[in-house]
Design a protein around this ligand. Structure first.
Ligand code: IMP
Length: 429
């Protein structure tokens, strides 16, 4: 059965570790959206790997890593990542397949990203400045350049000339010459060719041969272009529909959905965050959880678990089970809060609102649970957890409307609890 792993919050939920530990049960790992704005950190035997574009399955021999048409690919970032992996002793070899239909992020997309943020001023999104938004804008505007377009043709020359002159009109006093951009693109195309192909066909063949596919999302439901806290979102569909469009697979190919959620909540960049903690408790979560962006190093905003948001992510994605990460970060807290609903004035809001940016303020309504003193760090057995931690998890299941099948108690692969009898354990047997 093929399983999708995706973020149930604002990204940075720890999907990299979860995908990494599930990978031995699959033959392929496929990314369906986003680009090198993602940062998936994986620790193996104490060695840290940060993957941005290539699925974290690459750390396992014999696994084919797939980058779908829904991903935007910056060729320079891709080559850099391949080289960095080689330095760490991981040879990508022929274990990478990039969709010919994936769109490219070009150097001027990065410039346009930075410029667009500067123009928004106070209303800036807080993007990762990787050119993600402008690359998707070109895709939807039907002027994007795809991996399969990188051959020496009049059509590519015309497209690049037109795109560069549009960029020159936007960036004041800029006179970028289209020809060096064109030549660079051809060089990128030649270097990428060995890894490119028809992803949809390859995944179909794999399925027909009984090979299992692990589908990997980037960012999270609340950053989804349609369902997130628009406009403070990324430019792709991080939610489950993106897996079908971004890989060219039918919905029936997805047998289960695992939502990854932290035991608290973080967000990087601007945008609404009702349960954000600005004082000492926020700092405590940031320092204990090492909440700094894996891609940009930016400090993450921290707050309590927001069950209104997770319930929404469960509904939109059809999440079967939650992988609850970073439980150990809460070790030693006297009390832990869970937001179960919001209030606007005297109105109670139980469903995540569409207009959360416009209406406000949405004030969280909290339930306070007792914390635990014995450490959960490194626990591998559910019964090893302090009773208060088990009670916290049970309450999260109730208010989020979904069982917790996997609990992560540290950054290493081994620091994980897979609950016996859960759907997650059946997926991995
Ligand atoms: P963009 O994806 O660079 O356009 O950024 C849009 C928003 O998504 C910003 O708030 C970013 O901080 C956020 N974002 C993008 N990628 C990630 C990620 O991998 N983790 C967490 N936040 C992200």
């Amino acid at each position: 059965m093929n399983i999708a792993v995706l973020g149930a919050q604002f990204g940075d939920e720890g999907k990299g570790k979860i995908v990494d530990l599930m990978t031995p049960h699959f033959s392929l790992v496929a990314r369906y959206q986003g680009g090198h704005n993602a940062g998936h950190t994986v620790y193996v035997n104490g060695k840290k790997f940060v993957l941005h574009l290539i699925p974290s399955g690459i750390l396992h021999d014999g696994v084919l890593c797939v980058i779908g048409n829904g991903v935007v690919v910056d060729p320079q970032a891709l080559f850099k990542e391949i080289e960095e992996l080689a330095q760490l002793g991981i040879d990508v070899g022929d274990r990478l397949l990039i969709s010919e239909k994936a769109h490219l992020i070009l150097p001027y997309h990065r410039e346009l990203d930075v410029l667009s943020e500067a123009r928004r001023g106070e209303r800036k999104i807080g993007t990762t400045s990787r050119g993600i938004g402008p690359a998707y804008e070109d895709k939807i505007g039907r002027r994007g350049i795809r991996v399969c377009d990188l051959v020496d043709t009049q059509a590519l020359a015309d497209e690049v000339r037109e795109n560069v002159s549009a960029r020159n009109r936007i960036i004041k006093d800029s006179t970028l010459d289209w020809k060096p951009v064109y030549d660079q693109l051809l060089a990128f195309g030649a270097r990428m060719r060995r890894w490119t192909g028809d992803v949809s066909l390859a995944l179909d063949e794999a399925r027909r041969n009984g090979r299992r596919i692990l589908i990997e999302g980037a960012q999270g439901a609340m950053l989804d272009i349609d369902h997130g806290t628009y406009p403070f979102v990324t430019s792709s569909n991080a939610t489950i529909g993106g897996a079908c469009t971004g890989l060219g697979i039918p919905p029936k190919a997805i047998g289960g959905v695992l939502g990854v959620a932290k035991a608290y909540l973080t967000r990087v960049g601007e945008g609404p965050f009702p349960t954000e903690l600005s004082g000492q408790m926020g700092d405590r979560l940031r320092e204990t959880g090492q909440e700094y962006g894996a891609s940009t190093g930016r400090p993450r905003r921290c707050g309590w678990y927001d069950a209104v948001a997770v319930r929404y992510a469960v509904r939109i994605n059809g999440i079967d089970s939650i992988a609850l990460t970073k439980l150990d970060v809460l070790d030693g807290l006297e009390t832990i809060d869970i937001c179960t609903e919001y209030k606007v004035g005297d109105r109670t809001i139980t469903e995540f609102p569409s207009d959360i940016n416009m209406q406000g303020p949405y004030t969280p309504v909290y339930e306070s649970l007792p914390g635990w003193t014995a450490p959960t760090k490194g626990a591998r057995d559910y019964n090893q957890l302090p009773p208060e931690a088990r009670r916290y998890i049970a309450r999260l299941e109730e208010v989020s409307g979904v069982p917790v099948g996997l609990i992560s108690t540290g950054s290493d692969r081994a620091e994980t609890i897979i609950r016996p009898g859960s759907i997650v354990s059946s997926w991995l047997s």
